[in-house]
Design a protein around this ligand. Structure first.
Ligand SMILES: [Cu+2]
Length: 158
């Protein structure tokens, strides 16, 4: 994880050097490794994981996510909380702040993007667009790659 972060930082710095003098990066949002688990045939929900980085000078806040209507009817940001011995998912409604030079990992057992009302099951090798929406009205669309099916019980549903 640390390695990946530094690789990315070096990449970002290299990119900045390659820009004409005086040019600035638009904003510091960088998304890595956006991926979803393949779903079972009857699944109506799916989880998407990614790494969200801030390579800019100012904090940003992720406030929402969306996917095309032919993928799912809704996409939500979820976090996972322990209630006694139970892992439960909660929708994140107040956004996720990412400070400069920080990163937030969306991963099993933590933050994830939840797709609700899947139109078709996700199958390995499929790709679809996920759009991240930020508090400053900017947005960024990234490509999600569908990987292997998750281990059963790895993700608890409501
Ligand atoms: Cu969830």
């Amino acid at each position: 994880m640390i390695n990946r972060y530094w690789q990315c930082l070096v990449l970002a710095l290299g990119l900045q050097l390659a820009l004409p003098a005086g040019a600035k990066m638009e904003h510091g949002v960088m998304v890595h490794n956006a991926n979803a688990r393949a779903t079972f045939a009857m699944a109506t929900t799916a989880a998407v994981y990614l790494t969200l980085m801030n390579h800019g000078d100012t904090a940003f806040t992720l406030t929402g996510v969306s996917v095309p209507a032919d993928i799912a009817s809704e996409a939500q940001i979820h976090t996972t909380v322990m209630e006694g011995d139970m892992m439960r998912m909660r929708q994140v409604t107040d956004g996720i702040d990412v400070a400069p030079d920080n990163m937030v990992e969306f991963k099993p057992g933590g933050y994830h993007v939840m797709l609700m009302g899947l139109v078709n099951p996700l199958t390995k090798g499929n790709k679809f667009n996920l759009t991240l929406h930020f508090a400053d009205q900017q947005s960024k669309t990234v490509e999600v790659t569908v990987g292997e099916q998750g281990k059963q019980g790895g993700h608890h549903h409501h």
